[in-house]
Design a protein around this ligand. Structure first.
Ligand SMILES: C[S@@+](CC[C@H](N)C(=O)[O-])C[C@H]1O[C@@H](n2cnc3c(N)ncnc32)[C@H](O)[C@@H]1O
Length: 363
């Protein structure tokens, strides 16, 4: 084969090209499956399938209360995508228990279909993002349909599900202080589900949740009212100019620092808002600041993609630094030290390999 014009000056290995073509084609299939997993999660089809014996498309559609024609087409994607098995003789489909173990609500290995929603969300904002590549402008949270819903499901798994078993014990003595009664702020609380779980468990403590997005705060307030919780309040507040002094014993932020306008400035402000001996408990993305260290980091590709279409644009949209999702635990640790925290401990929890947890104490 003569060398293509665009490769002048490069060597060209046809076997390598063919192997890569196969990999690129497989990427297209994997992307399609990810969007279908998102649909399967949102329609309840994956959960329905996990409860059914081998069943026809009509039986599955009826059990899920959905249109058979759409369900049959969706099933075909997941059969060819290696998620569901198909018995051609009986015309039945089955989601094997070992596959359901990471694809349905309350699955023992966590529900990866929740994260598939991030892939679908990327497609929904593609046109705006293409435009931002040209202009360099940012995005607003409200540009992303369902973002707070998806995020609440995401942190429902990484934060709320392990709050009492794994997360609070990272800070020795914290549970006893919460039981006695302390003041707590969740900075960037989103729909506030972690704060509500804390408020329910520790009635002697008082909880405040601030978030930029009024719609997320409205949902949080509604849920708190419904749960009859009186020891917490939610307020829509832009934390960019946050200026409360020594008011809290515990501040938390769950996946809410890297996409702020200025993460370093906010961390300094949160430090000032803690009283002496106060604790700052932070969950953020656990990748490294250096691309070359992230080649084997769990779901690094997905995280960089989320960064490209969401975390970087929303920070830029606030006139901010746009550090991105993979700003790096090194960057986060340095900011926490610079803010003045005397002690900064870093943990990675087994249920949450994508994130890092910092426990920081104010002297
Ligand atoms: C990735 S979400 C995490 C939400 C929530 N902590 C959770 O775990 O579900 C980041 C949150 O930070 C909030 N946020 C971003 N910039 C903010 C700002 N300037 N002031 C207050 N909140 C902000 C967003 O509205 C969003 O809810």
């Amino acid at each position: 084969m003569s060398q293509p014009a665009y490769l002048t000056g490069h060597t060209y290995d046809p076997d390598r090209a063919q192997a890569f073509l196969e990999r690129a084609a497989a990427i297209l299939d994997a992307g399609a499956v990810a969007v279908m997993l998102s649909i399967g999660h949102r329609t309840g089809l994956l959960a329905t399938l996990s409860r059914l014996p081998p069943s026809t498309s009509m039986e599955i559609a009826q059990a899920a209360g959905l249109s058979e024609r759409y369900v049959r087409e969706w099933l075909a994607v997941l059969v060819t995508g290696g998620i569901i098995t198909y018995d051609a003789q009986h015309g039945t489909y089955l989601l094997p228990a070992e596959h359901a173990a990471c694809l349905v609500p309350d699955a023992p290995l966590g529900n990866l279909a929740v994260y598939a929603q991030h892939v679908a969300l990327m497609g929904q904002v593609q046109d705006q993002i293409v435009e931002r590549f040209r202009t360099g402008e940012g995005m607003r949270y409200e540009d992303y349909p369902c973002f707070h819903h998806v995020m609440a499901e995401d942190s429902g798994q990484t934060v709320v599900a392990q709050l009492f078993g794994q997360i609070l014990p990272l800070a020795p003595g914290l549970v006893a202080r919460l039981e006695r009664g302390i003041t707590v702020l969740d900075a960037g609380c989103g729909r506030g589900e972690a704060l509500m779980a804390l408020a329910r468990r520790y009635p002697e403590s008082r909880f405040t949740g601030y978030d930029l997005c009024a719609d997320a705060i409205e949902d949080a307030r509604r849920a708190a009212r419904k749960a009859g919780l009186h020891n917490l309040r939610f307020e829509a507040r832009d934390l960019t100019h946050f200026d409360e002094q020594e008011r809290y014993d515990l501040i938390t932020s769950f996946d809410a620092i890297h996409d702020q306008r200025s993460p370093a400035d906010l961390v300094r402000r949160l430090y000032r808002a803690l009283g002496p001996g106060g604790i700052y408990l932070v969950q953020d993305i656990g990748g490294s600041a250096h691309l070359e260290n992230n080649l084997n980091f769990p779901n690094a590709t997905l995280l960089y993609a989320i960064s490209c279409v969401h975390c970087t644009p929303v920070s830029l949209g606030q006139g901010g630094d746009g550090l991105g999702t993979m700003w790096g635990w090194e960057t986060a640790g340095a900011m926490l030290n610079d803010a003045g925290f005397a002690e900064v401990q870093r943990h990675v929890l087994p249920h949450d390999p994508m994130n890092v947890w910092f426990v920081c104490r104010k002297p």
